[in-house]
Design a protein around this ligand. Structure first.
Ligand code: FRU
Length: 492
C-alpha cells in the first residue's frame, strides 16, 4: 500500500525515536549539526526565516547508511545552539519517487519554499536514473507541502546527461534564478541556469560555467553569489585527479571567482580553487544573513571514507558555520562565525610569550575544545612547529607547520584515516602562524592565519586520551599565545 506523505513523515519520526535509544555516544559530536540518529550527508536549504536560521540536510532516518533521501531539519537563533525539527521531506510521491535530493530554500514573502531534486531509478541495480526539480512550501517553517505543480522542471535540456540536480535558488531584481549541477551528454561537468517569476514556471537560460575538460565529469551542489564585488561559483566536481597536495579526496569542493553579467549570462572567471585541504569537506552551501554575512556550511565527511560511527547508530555531520570573505588577492577566506565564542565555557590561558623546545604538554580532561595557538616565526629557529591532540604517540592527530617549505601538514593516520591519513597545504605564514582549532569528539577544524588555509577532518580517537601538546622540532619556537577553552555540548 502507498503511504501518504504524512504517514511517511510520521514513520520516519518513529524510526528515529527508536534509533536514538540505541546510539553509542563515544564519537558523538557535541557542537556540530548531526541527525538525531542515522545517516546525514549534504547541508540543504540554508536560510533565515522569521529571524531564525534553518538548516536542512540529506538524511536517511531508517539507517546509518545512505538510502532513500529525506530532508532532516534543524534551526537556531544564533548559529550555535541547534534544535532538531521533524523530518521535512520524505520521498515516495510521483515527483520524487526514490529520493528528495539536495537543494536550497528561500523566504518567498513569508512562505518558506524548498527547492529540491526528485530522484527516480529506472534501473536501480545499474544505478540508472532520471532527476527533476520540485518545490515544497511552508507557512510555519516546520511542516511542508509539496506543490501541485511538481515537478516544476521535469527534465534537463536536450544536450544534457541524466545528472541534473541540487538546485540553488536566489532572487536578483524581480526574478528568481536557479542553478543546477549538471553534465553534458559526453560527461563534462557544468552548471546551468534557469529563471522564474514565481518559482513554479522556469525558463532555461543556458550554461553558466563548464569544465574545459580538466574539471571533472559532473559538478554537484553549485552555489553562486556576490562577495565583496566579485561573483563566486561554488562547485563540488566529481572526477578530478589528485595533483600533488591538491584534490586528494574522492571528490572536492572549491570555487571559480570572477565577474558576472546577468544581461548576457557571461561569467568570466579564473582557475578552480579548492576550499579546504582536510579529508572531510564537501557539498558546501551558503546563505546571506540579515547581517550581510555570507555563511557557508559543508558536509563534514566524504563519500566512501571510513565511517566507524555506523556501528554507533549514526553517521555524518555538518561543519561549523563559516563566514566567507575575500582577501586582497581575491582568495575566499573561511573563518568560524563570531557567534561560536558562545560555546566557550572555561578559559585556560596555558602560557603566552614563551619559548619552547621539544614538547610541551597541557593536560586536560576536556574533549570539546577550542584551541588558539600563535607562533612568532621571527623568533623561531625550529624547522617545524605545531600541536598534537587526543593522545600521545600511539594515537594522536598532528598538525605540523614546516617553516622552510611553508606547508601545513595534517596527519590523522593514527585516528582512523589509516594509510590515507596525511593532507598538506601551502601556507605563506610570514611572521606569525596563528591557528584557531575546533576539536569535537570525532572532528578537527583548523583555521590558519585567519582563514588563509583551512583543514577539516573527521578523526576517531580510540580511547579517552586527551591533552594538547605543542612542539618545536629542531630548534626553539616562540609561542605568543597558547589558550584553550572547554566548549559546551549543545545537545546535552
Ligand atoms: C552530493 C550529492 C548530491 C545529491 C545528494 C544525494 O553529496 O551526491 O549531488 O543531491 O548527494 O544524497
Amino acid at each position: 500500500m502507498m503511504l501518504t506523505t504524512n504517514n511517511r513523515l510520521q514513520q520516519a519520526e518513529e524510526a528515529l525515536q527508536k534509533a536514538k535509544e540505541k546510539l553509542n555516544e563515544r564519537y558523538r559530536l557535541g557542537y556540530h549539526i548531526v541527525a538525531p540518529a542515522n545517516w546525514i550527508n549534504d547541508p540543504n536549504g540554508l536560510v533565515q526565516f522569521k529571524g531564525e536560521y534553518h538548516v536542512f540536510y540529506q538524511h536517511h532516518p531508517y539507517d546509518e547508511n545512505w538510502g532513500p533521501m529525506h530532508w532532516g531539519h534543524a534551526k537556531s537563533k544564533d548559529l550555535v545552539h541547534w534544535e532538531h525539527l521533524p523530518v521535512a521531506l520524505a520521498p515516495g510521491d510521483a515527483c520524487d519517487k526514490d529520493g528528495c535530493f539536495s537543494g536550497s530554500a528561500v523566504d518567498n514573502d513569508g512562505e518558506l519554499t524548498l527547492i529540491y531534486t526528485g530522484h527516480h531509478y529506472t534501473d536501480k541495480e545499474k544505478d540508472l536514473f532520471t532527476q527533476n526539480q520540485n518545490i515544497a512550501v511552508s507557512q510555519d517553517g516546520v511542516t511542508f507541502e509539496k506543490a501541485e505543480e511538481n515537478p516544476v522542471i521535469a527534465e534537463p535540456p536536450a544536450d544534457s546527461a541524466h545528472h541534473f540536480r541540487d538546485p540553488k535558488v536566489w532572487k536578483h531584481g524581480d526574478s528568481w534564478y536557479m542553478i543546477l549541477g549538471n553534465a553534458t551528454k559526453d560527461e563534462v561537468g557544468r552548471v546551468i541556469l534557469y529563471r522564474s517569476a514565481d518559482l513554479r514556471k522556469w525558463e532555461y537560460i543556458g550554461v553558466l560555467a563548464q569544465s574545459e575538460g580538466t574539471l571533472g565529469y559532473m559538478w554537484e551542489c553549485p552555489d553562486f553569489f556576490e562577495l565583496d564585488g566579485k561573483h563566486v561559483l561554488l562547485i563540488s566536481p566529481q572526477g578530478l585527479e589528485a595533483e600533488g597536495d591538491l584534490y586528494n579526496n574522492r571528490f572536492q569542493t572549491g570555487y571559480l571567482i570572477g565577474e558576472y553579467d546577468y544581461e548576457t549570462n557571461k561569467f568570466s572567471h579564473g582557475e578552480f580553487i579548492e576550499m579546504d585541504n582536510g579529508h572531510d569537506f564537501y557539498a558546501v552551501q551558503t546563505l546571506k544573513d540579515d547581517k550581510g554575512r555570507r555563511i557557508a556550511i559543508g558536509w563534514m565527511d566524504m563519500w566512501e571514507s571510513n565511517m566507524p560511527t555506523k556501528e554507533d547508530g549514526w553517521c555524518g555531520a555538518l561543519t561549523l558555520p563559516r563566514e566567507l570573505t575575500l582577501d586582497k588577492r581575491n582568495k575566499v577566506l573561511m573563518n568560524p562565525v563570531d557567534e561560536l565564542t558562545l560555546l566557550r565555557e572555561t578559559e585556560h590561558k596555558v602560557f603566552a610569550n614563551q619559548s619552547i623546545s621539544g614538547n610541551y604538554l597541557a593536560k586536560t580532561n576536556q574533549d570539546l575544545i577550542e584551541l588558539k595557538v600563535e607562533f612568532d616565526l621571527t623568533k623561531t629557529t625550529a624547522q617545524a612547529v605545531g600541536f598534537k591532540i587526543r593522545g600521545l604517540d600511539q594515537e594522536e592527530t598532528v598538525l605540523r607547520y614546516q617553516v622552510k617549505d611553508q606547508k601545513l601538514v595534517l596527519d590523522c593516520t593514527k585516528h582512523g584515516k589509516k594509510e590515507d591519513g596525511i593532507r598538506r597545504t601551502a601556507l605563506e605564514a610570514g611572521d606569525r602562524l596563528s591557528l584557531r582549532v575546533f576539536i569535537d569528539r570525532s572532528s578537527v577544524e583548523i583555521f590558519a592565519n585567519e582563514g588563509q588555509a583551512t583543514m577539516t577532518s573527521r578523526i576517531y580517537p580510540q580511547h579517552e586520551r586527551l591533552g594538547i601538546e605543542l612542539f618545536a622540532e629542531d630548534g626553539d619556537a616562540q609561542v605568543s599565545e597558547f589558550t584553550y577553552w572547554s566548549l559546551k555540548d549543545i545537545w546535552k
